[in-house]
Design a protein around this ligand. Structure first.
Ligand SMILES: [Zn+2]
Length: 525
Protein backbone atom coordinates (compact mmCIF):
# COMPACT_ATOMS: atom_id res chain seq x y z
CA UNK A 1 0.00 0.00 0.00
CA UNK A 2 1.07 3.54 -0.76
CA UNK A 3 2.54 5.89 1.82
CA UNK A 4 -0.24 7.77 3.59
CA UNK A 5 1.64 11.06 3.93
CA UNK A 6 0.67 12.19 0.44
CA UNK A 7 -2.35 10.89 -1.43
CA UNK A 8 -2.70 10.37 -5.17
CA UNK A 9 -6.46 9.99 -5.51
CA UNK A 10 -7.96 9.03 -8.86
CA UNK A 11 -11.56 9.85 -9.74
CA UNK A 12 -11.64 8.67 -13.38
CA UNK A 13 -14.37 6.13 -12.70
CA UNK A 14 -16.66 8.70 -11.09
CA UNK A 15 -15.90 12.29 -12.12
CA UNK A 16 -13.95 11.37 -15.28
CA UNK A 17 -16.84 9.20 -16.45
CA UNK A 18 -18.94 12.39 -16.66
CA UNK A 19 -17.11 13.26 -19.88
CA UNK A 20 -19.44 13.66 -22.83
CA UNK A 21 -19.39 10.52 -24.97
CA UNK A 22 -17.71 8.36 -22.33
CA UNK A 23 -19.74 5.32 -21.43
CA UNK A 24 -18.02 2.78 -19.21
CA UNK A 25 -19.34 -0.72 -18.54
CA UNK A 26 -18.58 -2.44 -15.24
CA UNK A 27 -15.92 -4.51 -17.06
CA UNK A 28 -14.39 -1.29 -18.44
CA UNK A 29 -14.26 0.18 -14.95
CA UNK A 30 -12.57 -2.92 -13.56
CA UNK A 31 -10.02 -2.81 -16.40
CA UNK A 32 -9.26 0.88 -15.80
CA UNK A 33 -8.92 0.25 -12.05
CA UNK A 34 -6.30 -2.44 -12.78
CA UNK A 35 -4.33 -0.04 -14.99
CA UNK A 36 -4.44 2.71 -12.36
CA UNK A 37 -3.36 0.27 -9.69
CA UNK A 38 -0.40 -0.82 -11.81
CA UNK A 39 0.63 2.84 -11.98
CA UNK A 40 0.61 2.85 -8.18
CA UNK A 41 -2.06 5.42 -7.33
CA UNK A 42 -3.13 5.37 -3.69
CA UNK A 43 -6.91 5.62 -4.08
CA UNK A 44 -9.38 4.76 -6.81
CA UNK A 45 -12.84 6.27 -6.53
CA UNK A 46 -15.12 3.64 -8.05
CA UNK A 47 -18.41 5.52 -8.28
CA UNK A 48 -21.56 6.27 -6.34
CA UNK A 49 -23.06 3.02 -5.00
CA UNK A 50 -26.75 3.26 -4.21
CA UNK A 51 -27.32 6.21 -6.53
CA UNK A 52 -26.21 4.40 -9.68
CA UNK A 53 -26.92 0.66 -10.18
CA UNK A 54 -23.84 0.22 -12.39
CA UNK A 55 -21.67 1.61 -9.60
CA UNK A 56 -23.30 -0.65 -7.00
CA UNK A 57 -22.47 -3.57 -9.31
CA UNK A 58 -18.89 -2.31 -9.73
CA UNK A 59 -18.29 -2.44 -5.98
CA UNK A 60 -19.90 -5.87 -5.79
CA UNK A 61 -17.67 -7.30 -8.54
CA UNK A 62 -14.58 -5.47 -7.27
CA UNK A 63 -14.63 -7.64 -4.14
CA UNK A 64 -13.88 -10.78 -6.12
CA UNK A 65 -12.47 -9.48 -9.41
CA UNK A 66 -10.01 -6.81 -8.27
CA UNK A 67 -6.77 -7.74 -6.61
CA UNK A 68 -5.32 -4.29 -5.98
CA UNK A 69 -1.63 -4.12 -5.12
CA UNK A 70 -1.33 -0.41 -4.31
CA UNK A 71 -4.67 1.31 -4.36
CA UNK A 72 -7.60 1.32 -1.98
CA UNK A 73 -11.11 1.71 -3.33
CA UNK A 74 -13.21 4.71 -2.37
CA UNK A 75 -16.99 4.91 -2.60
CA UNK A 76 -18.40 8.34 -3.38
CA UNK A 77 -21.65 9.66 -1.97
CA UNK A 78 -23.44 12.56 -0.38
CA UNK A 79 -23.96 13.50 3.24
CA UNK A 80 -27.32 12.41 4.64
CA UNK A 81 -30.51 14.18 3.63
CA UNK A 82 -31.72 17.05 5.75
CA UNK A 83 -33.87 16.07 8.70
CA UNK A 84 -33.03 12.34 8.93
CA UNK A 85 -30.36 10.45 10.88
CA UNK A 86 -27.33 9.28 8.88
CA UNK A 87 -27.95 5.76 10.21
CA UNK A 88 -31.44 5.80 8.65
CA UNK A 89 -30.52 7.23 5.24
CA UNK A 90 -30.60 4.51 2.54
CA UNK A 91 -27.94 6.23 0.44
CA UNK A 92 -25.59 6.35 3.40
CA UNK A 93 -26.35 2.65 3.95
CA UNK A 94 -25.26 1.91 0.37
CA UNK A 95 -21.88 3.55 1.10
CA UNK A 96 -21.52 1.50 4.28
CA UNK A 97 -22.39 -1.69 2.44
CA UNK A 98 -20.19 -1.02 -0.61
CA UNK A 99 -17.29 -2.82 1.05
CA UNK A 100 -15.01 0.10 0.17
CA UNK A 101 -12.49 0.88 2.91
CA UNK A 102 -12.80 4.60 2.15
CA UNK A 103 -15.89 6.75 1.69
CA UNK A 104 -15.62 10.17 0.06
CA UNK A 105 -18.56 12.33 1.03
CA UNK A 106 -19.49 15.32 -1.03
CA UNK A 107 -20.81 18.26 0.98
CA UNK A 108 -21.81 21.78 0.16
CA UNK A 109 -19.45 24.48 1.36
CA UNK A 110 -20.96 27.44 -0.54
CA UNK A 111 -23.64 29.19 1.55
CA UNK A 112 -25.83 30.05 -1.46
CA UNK A 113 -25.76 26.46 -2.70
CA UNK A 114 -26.87 25.27 0.73
CA UNK A 115 -29.80 27.66 0.72
CA UNK A 116 -30.78 27.56 -2.96
CA UNK A 117 -29.85 24.04 -4.14
CA UNK A 118 -30.02 22.01 -0.94
CA UNK A 119 -32.82 24.21 0.46
CA UNK A 120 -31.81 23.84 4.02
CA UNK A 121 -30.19 26.02 6.65
CA UNK A 122 -26.48 26.59 7.03
CA UNK A 123 -26.68 24.99 10.48
CA UNK A 124 -28.44 21.85 9.23
CA UNK A 125 -25.81 21.45 6.48
CA UNK A 126 -23.11 21.40 9.15
CA UNK A 127 -25.13 18.90 11.17
CA UNK A 128 -25.48 16.69 8.07
CA UNK A 129 -21.70 16.70 7.65
CA UNK A 130 -21.01 16.06 11.34
CA UNK A 131 -23.55 13.26 11.61
CA UNK A 132 -22.64 11.45 8.37
CA UNK A 133 -18.89 11.59 8.92
CA UNK A 134 -19.06 10.38 12.50
CA UNK A 135 -21.57 7.64 11.62
CA UNK A 136 -19.37 6.17 8.87
CA UNK A 137 -16.27 6.48 11.05
CA UNK A 138 -18.02 4.60 13.82
CA UNK A 139 -18.87 1.90 11.26
CA UNK A 140 -15.16 1.47 10.58
CA UNK A 141 -14.74 3.30 7.31
CA UNK A 142 -12.16 5.95 6.56
CA UNK A 143 -13.82 9.18 5.48
CA UNK A 144 -12.67 11.91 3.11
CA UNK A 145 -14.81 14.95 2.40
CA UNK A 146 -15.15 16.72 -0.95
CA UNK A 147 -16.01 20.34 -0.15
CA UNK A 148 -18.02 21.19 -3.25
CA UNK A 149 -17.79 24.71 -4.73
CA UNK A 150 -15.29 25.51 -1.98
CA UNK A 151 -13.48 28.33 -3.74
CA UNK A 152 -16.61 30.10 -4.96
CA UNK A 153 -18.07 29.52 -1.51
CA UNK A 154 -15.02 31.08 0.09
CA UNK A 155 -15.54 34.20 -2.02
CA UNK A 156 -19.20 34.36 -1.00
CA UNK A 157 -18.81 33.57 2.72
CA UNK A 158 -15.26 32.70 3.84
CA UNK A 159 -16.20 32.05 7.47
CA UNK A 160 -18.82 29.47 6.47
CA UNK A 161 -16.61 27.71 3.94
CA UNK A 162 -13.90 27.32 6.60
CA UNK A 163 -16.51 26.19 9.14
CA UNK A 164 -17.40 23.31 6.79
CA UNK A 165 -13.74 22.28 6.70
CA UNK A 166 -13.44 22.48 10.49
CA UNK A 167 -16.68 20.63 11.14
CA UNK A 168 -15.76 17.72 8.86
CA UNK A 169 -12.26 17.41 10.34
CA UNK A 170 -13.56 17.50 13.91
CA UNK A 171 -16.13 14.82 13.09
CA UNK A 172 -13.32 12.55 11.92
CA UNK A 173 -12.80 13.14 8.18
CA UNK A 174 -9.14 12.46 7.39
CA UNK A 175 -8.94 14.76 4.39
CA UNK A 176 -11.02 17.71 3.25
CA UNK A 177 -10.59 18.00 -0.50
CA UNK A 178 -11.24 21.57 -1.60
CA UNK A 179 -13.08 21.46 -4.91
CA UNK A 180 -12.93 24.03 -7.67
CA UNK A 181 -16.16 22.55 -8.97
CA UNK A 182 -16.77 25.21 -11.63
CA UNK A 183 -13.10 25.23 -12.58
CA UNK A 184 -12.84 29.00 -12.69
CA UNK A 185 -9.84 29.58 -10.43
CA UNK A 186 -6.33 30.77 -11.28
CA UNK A 187 -3.25 29.47 -9.43
CA UNK A 188 -2.24 32.56 -7.39
CA UNK A 189 -5.65 33.17 -5.88
CA UNK A 190 -6.33 29.48 -5.36
CA UNK A 191 -3.03 29.06 -3.51
CA UNK A 192 -3.95 31.83 -1.08
CA UNK A 193 -7.32 30.25 -0.26
CA UNK A 194 -5.77 26.80 0.23
CA UNK A 195 -3.30 28.37 2.64
CA UNK A 196 -6.20 29.79 4.67
CA UNK A 197 -7.93 26.41 4.77
CA UNK A 198 -4.70 24.70 5.77
CA UNK A 199 -4.52 27.02 8.81
CA UNK A 200 -7.45 25.10 10.31
CA UNK A 201 -6.37 21.83 11.90
CA UNK A 202 -7.72 19.93 8.87
CA UNK A 203 -5.64 17.97 6.38
CA UNK A 204 -6.54 19.51 3.01
CA UNK A 205 -6.65 18.06 -0.48
CA UNK A 206 -7.39 19.53 -3.89
CA UNK A 207 -9.84 18.71 -6.69
CA UNK A 208 -9.63 20.89 -9.82
CA UNK A 209 -11.44 21.21 -13.12
CA UNK A 210 -9.76 22.60 -16.20
CA UNK A 211 -12.16 25.34 -17.31
CA UNK A 212 -9.40 27.97 -17.18
CA UNK A 213 -6.78 25.59 -18.55
CA UNK A 214 -5.20 25.70 -15.09
CA UNK A 215 -6.32 22.45 -13.44
CA UNK A 216 -2.80 21.04 -13.22
CA UNK A 217 -1.26 24.42 -12.31
CA UNK A 218 -3.96 24.94 -9.67
CA UNK A 219 -3.26 21.50 -8.23
CA UNK A 220 0.45 22.28 -7.97
CA UNK A 221 -0.31 25.66 -6.39
CA UNK A 222 -2.49 23.90 -3.80
CA UNK A 223 0.32 21.47 -2.98
CA UNK A 224 2.68 24.41 -2.60
CA UNK A 225 0.14 25.94 -0.20
CA UNK A 226 -0.09 22.84 1.95
CA UNK A 227 -2.43 20.30 0.30
CA UNK A 228 -1.24 16.71 0.80
CA UNK A 229 -3.91 14.94 -1.25
CA UNK A 230 -4.36 15.48 -5.01
CA UNK A 231 -7.32 14.34 -7.05
CA UNK A 232 -7.42 13.96 -10.81
CA UNK A 233 -8.44 11.79 -13.73
CA UNK A 234 -6.55 9.60 -16.18
CA UNK A 235 -5.82 11.55 -19.36
CA UNK A 236 -7.63 14.56 -17.90
CA UNK A 237 -11.07 13.02 -18.53
CA UNK A 238 -14.03 14.84 -17.07
CA UNK A 239 -17.05 16.93 -17.96
CA UNK A 240 -16.69 20.27 -19.83
CA UNK A 241 -12.93 20.90 -20.18
CA UNK A 242 -12.04 17.94 -18.02
CA UNK A 243 -10.48 17.33 -14.60
CA UNK A 244 -6.84 17.81 -13.63
CA UNK A 245 -4.84 15.24 -15.61
CA UNK A 246 -3.58 12.90 -12.92
CA UNK A 247 -0.67 11.69 -15.08
CA UNK A 248 0.61 15.23 -15.59
CA UNK A 249 0.19 16.02 -11.90
CA UNK A 250 2.05 12.87 -10.80
CA UNK A 251 4.89 13.36 -13.32
CA UNK A 252 5.30 17.02 -12.34
CA UNK A 253 5.36 16.33 -8.61
CA UNK A 254 7.60 13.30 -8.87
CA UNK A 255 10.07 14.50 -11.51
CA UNK A 256 10.14 18.24 -10.79
CA UNK A 257 9.38 18.45 -7.07
CA UNK A 258 11.02 15.29 -5.78
CA UNK A 259 7.86 13.67 -4.38
CA UNK A 260 7.94 9.89 -4.13
CA UNK A 261 4.38 9.16 -5.25
CA UNK A 262 4.50 6.05 -7.44
CA UNK A 263 7.21 3.39 -7.85
CA UNK A 264 9.91 4.48 -10.35
CA UNK A 265 9.26 1.42 -12.48
CA UNK A 266 5.58 2.29 -12.64
CA UNK A 267 6.28 5.87 -13.71
CA UNK A 268 8.36 4.44 -16.56
CA UNK A 269 5.21 2.55 -17.59
CA UNK A 270 2.98 5.64 -17.51
CA UNK A 271 2.87 6.26 -21.25
CA UNK A 272 1.79 2.69 -21.92
CA UNK A 273 -0.82 2.82 -19.14
CA UNK A 274 -2.22 6.14 -20.43
CA UNK A 275 -2.70 4.61 -23.87
CA UNK A 276 -4.04 1.32 -22.53
CA UNK A 277 -6.77 3.32 -20.75
CA UNK A 278 -7.72 5.07 -24.00
CA UNK A 279 -8.31 1.63 -25.52
CA UNK A 280 -10.82 0.91 -22.78
CA UNK A 281 -12.53 4.31 -22.93
CA UNK A 282 -12.46 4.28 -26.74
CA UNK A 283 -11.37 7.92 -26.71
CA UNK A 284 -8.69 8.82 -29.25
CA UNK A 285 -5.52 9.63 -27.30
CA UNK A 286 -4.35 13.23 -27.35
CA UNK A 287 -1.00 13.08 -29.15
CA UNK A 288 -0.01 16.41 -27.59
CA UNK A 289 -0.67 15.33 -23.99
CA UNK A 290 2.21 16.34 -21.69
CA UNK A 291 4.62 13.50 -20.87
CA UNK A 292 2.57 10.68 -22.43
CA UNK A 293 1.50 12.01 -25.83
CA UNK A 294 3.14 10.44 -28.87
CA UNK A 295 4.23 13.95 -29.88
CA UNK A 296 5.35 14.98 -26.39
CA UNK A 297 9.01 14.37 -27.21
CA UNK A 298 8.86 14.27 -31.00
CA UNK A 299 11.05 16.73 -32.81
CA UNK A 300 10.66 18.08 -36.26
CA UNK A 301 13.61 17.21 -38.39
CA UNK A 302 15.72 20.09 -39.70
CA UNK A 303 17.46 22.73 -37.69
CA UNK A 304 17.44 20.82 -34.43
CA UNK A 305 18.19 17.41 -35.82
CA UNK A 306 21.97 17.53 -35.77
CA UNK A 307 22.09 19.16 -32.34
CA UNK A 308 19.71 16.53 -30.96
CA UNK A 309 22.13 13.87 -32.13
CA UNK A 310 24.95 15.54 -30.20
CA UNK A 311 22.97 16.01 -27.00
CA UNK A 312 19.24 15.25 -26.87
CA UNK A 313 18.92 16.97 -23.49
CA UNK A 314 19.36 20.33 -25.17
CA UNK A 315 15.87 20.00 -26.61
CA UNK A 316 13.81 18.13 -24.02
CA UNK A 317 12.76 18.93 -20.46
CA UNK A 318 13.20 15.39 -19.10
CA UNK A 319 14.51 12.09 -20.36
CA UNK A 320 11.35 10.67 -21.99
CA UNK A 321 12.30 7.19 -20.75
CA UNK A 322 11.41 8.33 -17.21
CA UNK A 323 7.74 8.24 -18.20
CA UNK A 324 8.11 5.43 -20.73
CA UNK A 325 7.90 7.72 -23.74
CA UNK A 326 10.47 8.16 -26.48
CA UNK A 327 11.74 10.90 -28.74
CA UNK A 328 9.87 9.21 -31.51
CA UNK A 329 8.32 5.98 -30.57
CA UNK A 330 5.21 4.59 -32.11
CA UNK A 331 2.64 3.42 -29.63
CA UNK A 332 2.66 0.15 -31.55
CA UNK A 333 6.35 -0.46 -30.80
CA UNK A 334 5.89 0.25 -27.16
CA UNK A 335 2.67 -1.71 -26.82
CA UNK A 336 4.16 -4.57 -28.81
CA UNK A 337 7.12 -5.03 -26.53
CA UNK A 338 5.09 -4.70 -23.36
CA UNK A 339 2.40 -7.03 -24.68
CA UNK A 340 4.80 -9.76 -25.61
CA UNK A 341 7.02 -9.63 -22.58
CA UNK A 342 4.33 -9.16 -19.98
CA UNK A 343 1.31 -10.86 -21.44
CA UNK A 344 3.16 -13.97 -22.63
CA UNK A 345 4.27 -14.60 -19.07
CA UNK A 346 0.87 -13.67 -17.67
CA UNK A 347 -0.79 -16.23 -19.92
CA UNK A 348 1.66 -18.89 -18.77
CA UNK A 349 3.51 -19.52 -22.03
CA UNK A 350 7.21 -20.36 -22.06
CA UNK A 351 8.50 -18.33 -25.00
CA UNK A 352 11.89 -19.06 -26.49
CA UNK A 353 13.91 -16.01 -27.66
CA UNK A 354 13.02 -16.99 -31.26
CA UNK A 355 9.31 -17.12 -30.48
CA UNK A 356 9.49 -13.80 -28.66
CA UNK A 357 11.22 -12.14 -31.58
CA UNK A 358 8.77 -13.59 -34.09
CA UNK A 359 5.83 -12.49 -31.95
CA UNK A 360 7.20 -8.97 -31.41
CA UNK A 361 7.64 -8.63 -35.18
CA UNK A 362 4.10 -9.79 -35.86
CA UNK A 363 2.59 -7.56 -33.18
CA UNK A 364 4.54 -4.55 -34.46
CA UNK A 365 3.47 -5.23 -38.00
CA UNK A 366 -0.18 -5.66 -37.04
CA UNK A 367 -0.22 -2.64 -34.73
CA UNK A 368 1.29 -0.47 -37.46
CA UNK A 369 -1.76 -1.47 -39.51
CA UNK A 370 -4.17 -0.37 -36.81
CA UNK A 371 -4.58 -3.44 -34.60
CA UNK A 372 -4.29 -3.07 -30.86
CA UNK A 373 -3.60 -5.80 -28.38
CA UNK A 374 -3.73 -3.72 -25.20
CA UNK A 375 -7.46 -4.20 -25.00
CA UNK A 376 -7.72 -7.45 -26.98
CA UNK A 377 -6.12 -10.12 -24.85
CA UNK A 378 -7.90 -12.95 -26.60
CA UNK A 379 -6.64 -11.87 -30.03
CA UNK A 380 -3.16 -11.66 -28.58
CA UNK A 381 -3.36 -15.15 -27.15
CA UNK A 382 -4.54 -16.56 -30.49
CA UNK A 383 -1.61 -14.82 -32.19
CA UNK A 384 0.75 -16.19 -29.58
CA UNK A 385 -0.54 -19.74 -30.06
CA UNK A 386 -0.13 -19.43 -33.80
CA UNK A 387 3.45 -18.27 -33.34
CA UNK A 388 4.35 -20.98 -30.86
CA UNK A 389 2.52 -23.91 -32.44
CA UNK A 390 2.79 -22.87 -36.07
CA UNK A 391 -0.46 -22.31 -37.88
CA UNK A 392 -2.66 -24.63 -35.89
CA UNK A 393 -5.71 -26.51 -37.06
CA UNK A 394 -8.90 -24.49 -37.03
CA UNK A 395 -12.13 -25.38 -35.31
CA UNK A 396 -13.87 -24.23 -38.43
CA UNK A 397 -13.05 -22.81 -41.82
CA UNK A 398 -15.13 -20.08 -43.39
CA UNK A 399 -16.13 -20.57 -46.98
CA UNK A 400 -17.99 -17.26 -47.32
CA UNK A 401 -20.32 -14.83 -45.62
CA UNK A 402 -22.77 -12.28 -46.86
CA UNK A 403 -24.87 -9.67 -45.17
CA UNK A 404 -27.69 -7.54 -46.51
CA UNK A 405 -29.41 -4.56 -44.96
CA UNK A 406 -32.91 -3.86 -46.11
CA UNK A 407 -35.25 -0.98 -45.51
CA UNK A 408 -38.72 -2.50 -45.72
CA UNK A 409 -41.79 -0.82 -47.14
CA UNK A 410 -42.87 -0.03 -43.61
CA UNK A 411 -39.62 1.89 -43.08
CA UNK A 412 -38.12 -0.77 -40.80
CA UNK A 413 -34.44 -1.67 -41.17
CA UNK A 414 -33.65 -5.38 -41.08
CA UNK A 415 -30.32 -7.12 -41.52
CA UNK A 416 -29.86 -10.68 -42.68
CA UNK A 417 -26.60 -12.59 -42.81
CA UNK A 418 -25.68 -15.91 -44.39
CA UNK A 419 -22.57 -17.76 -43.29
CA UNK A 420 -21.07 -20.86 -44.94
CA UNK A 421 -18.59 -22.80 -42.82
CA UNK A 422 -16.81 -26.16 -42.83
CA UNK A 423 -16.27 -27.98 -39.57
CA UNK A 424 -15.81 -31.62 -38.58
CA UNK A 425 -16.11 -32.65 -42.23
CA UNK A 426 -19.45 -30.97 -42.69
CA UNK A 427 -20.50 -27.94 -44.72
CA UNK A 428 -23.03 -25.83 -42.86
CA UNK A 429 -25.04 -22.92 -44.20
CA UNK A 430 -26.85 -20.75 -41.66
CA UNK A 431 -28.82 -17.54 -41.79
CA UNK A 432 -29.28 -15.03 -38.99
CA UNK A 433 -31.41 -11.93 -38.66
CA UNK A 434 -30.58 -8.95 -36.49
CA UNK A 435 -31.21 -5.30 -35.82
CA UNK A 436 -27.90 -4.49 -37.53
CA UNK A 437 -25.49 -6.24 -39.88
CA UNK A 438 -23.00 -7.22 -37.17
CA UNK A 439 -25.73 -8.58 -34.94
CA UNK A 440 -27.03 -10.64 -37.89
CA UNK A 441 -23.56 -12.00 -38.68
CA UNK A 442 -23.00 -12.88 -35.05
CA UNK A 443 -26.27 -14.80 -34.93
CA UNK A 444 -25.57 -16.61 -38.20
CA UNK A 445 -22.11 -17.84 -37.25
CA UNK A 446 -23.25 -19.06 -33.85
CA UNK A 447 -26.26 -20.78 -35.35
CA UNK A 448 -24.01 -22.56 -37.85
CA UNK A 449 -21.50 -23.73 -35.27
CA UNK A 450 -23.80 -24.44 -32.32
CA UNK A 451 -24.92 -27.64 -34.01
CA UNK A 452 -21.38 -28.99 -33.68
CA UNK A 453 -20.25 -27.06 -30.62
CA UNK A 454 -23.22 -26.75 -28.24
CA UNK A 455 -21.15 -24.80 -25.69
CA UNK A 456 -21.38 -21.80 -28.01
CA UNK A 457 -24.95 -21.33 -26.80
CA UNK A 458 -23.50 -19.73 -23.67
CA UNK A 459 -21.49 -17.23 -25.67
CA UNK A 460 -22.76 -13.70 -25.67
CA UNK A 461 -21.57 -10.50 -27.31
CA UNK A 462 -21.47 -7.98 -24.46
CA UNK A 463 -19.70 -4.96 -25.91
CA UNK A 464 -18.85 -3.58 -29.31
CA UNK A 465 -16.56 -0.61 -29.92
CA UNK A 466 -15.68 1.04 -33.19
CA UNK A 467 -12.93 3.52 -33.84
CA UNK A 468 -12.07 5.14 -37.13
CA UNK A 469 -8.30 5.43 -37.46
CA UNK A 470 -7.20 8.27 -39.65
CA UNK A 471 -5.17 7.33 -42.66
CA UNK A 472 -1.58 8.49 -42.88
CA UNK A 473 0.52 9.38 -45.90
CA UNK A 474 -2.38 9.45 -48.29
CA UNK A 475 -3.92 6.13 -47.26
CA UNK A 476 -7.62 5.80 -46.53
CA UNK A 477 -9.05 5.76 -43.04
CA UNK A 478 -9.47 2.30 -41.55
CA UNK A 479 -11.91 0.94 -39.02
CA UNK A 480 -10.97 -0.88 -35.86
CA UNK A 481 -13.55 -2.97 -34.04
CA UNK A 482 -13.19 -4.35 -30.53
CA UNK A 483 -15.66 -7.01 -29.50
CA UNK A 484 -16.09 -8.22 -25.93
CA UNK A 485 -17.70 -11.63 -25.47
CA UNK A 486 -18.55 -13.66 -22.43
CA UNK A 487 -19.56 -17.13 -21.38
CA UNK A 488 -20.99 -17.68 -17.93
CA UNK A 489 -17.57 -17.33 -16.30
CA UNK A 490 -15.39 -14.74 -18.01
CA UNK A 491 -15.13 -12.01 -20.60
CA UNK A 492 -12.61 -11.67 -23.41
CA UNK A 493 -11.95 -9.15 -26.16
CA UNK A 494 -10.91 -9.53 -29.76
CA UNK A 495 -9.95 -7.04 -32.44
CA UNK A 496 -10.50 -6.69 -36.17
CA UNK A 497 -9.18 -4.04 -38.55
CA UNK A 498 -10.28 -3.34 -42.10
CA UNK A 499 -11.34 -0.56 -44.41
CA UNK A 500 -14.84 -1.99 -44.23
CA UNK A 501 -16.56 -1.97 -40.84
CA UNK A 502 -18.39 -5.26 -41.44
CA UNK A 503 -15.17 -6.98 -42.44
CA UNK A 504 -13.44 -5.65 -39.30
CA UNK A 505 -16.39 -6.81 -37.18
CA UNK A 506 -16.32 -10.25 -38.79
CA UNK A 507 -12.63 -10.70 -37.97
CA UNK A 508 -13.28 -9.85 -34.33
CA UNK A 509 -16.34 -12.15 -34.20
CA UNK A 510 -14.52 -15.09 -35.77
CA UNK A 511 -11.73 -14.80 -33.19
CA UNK A 512 -14.27 -14.38 -30.39
CA UNK A 513 -15.86 -17.71 -31.32
CA UNK A 514 -12.48 -19.42 -31.76
CA UNK A 515 -11.35 -18.21 -28.37
CA UNK A 516 -14.64 -19.31 -26.82
CA UNK A 517 -14.04 -22.82 -28.17
CA UNK A 518 -10.48 -22.82 -26.81
CA UNK A 519 -11.83 -21.85 -23.41
CA UNK A 520 -14.35 -24.64 -23.56
CA UNK A 521 -11.49 -27.08 -24.03
CA UNK A 522 -11.89 -27.63 -27.77
CA UNK A 523 -8.21 -27.46 -28.49
CA UNK A 524 -8.36 -28.28 -32.19
CA UNK A 525 -10.69 -29.81 -34.74
ZN1 LIG B 1 -15.37 17.36 -9.94
Amino acid sequence: MADDRFHVYDTTLRDGAQQEGLNLTVADKLAIARHLDSLGVGFIEGGWPGANPKDTEFFRQARTELDLKHARLAAFGATRRAGVKAADDPLVAALRESGAPVVTLVAKSHDRHVELALRTTLEENLAMIRDTVSHLRAEGQRVFLDAEHFFDGYKSNPAYALEVVRTAAEAGADVIALCDTNGGMLPDELGEVVQEAARTSARVGIHCHDDTGCAVANTLAAVQAGATHVQGCANGYGERSGNANLFTVVANLQLKRGFDLVPTGALADMTRIAHAITEVTNVTPNSHAPYVGTSAFAHKAGLHASAIKVDPNLYQHIDPAEVGNDMRMLVSDMAGRASVELKGRELGYELTPDHTKALVDRVKDLESRGYTFEAADASFELLLRDTVHGRRKRHFEVESWRVIVERTKGGELVSEATVKVHAKGERIVATGEGNGPVNALDKAVRLALEQLYPELAKLELVDYKVRILEGTHGTDAITRVLVTSSDDRAEWSTVGVAENIIDASWQALEQAVTYGLLRAGRETL
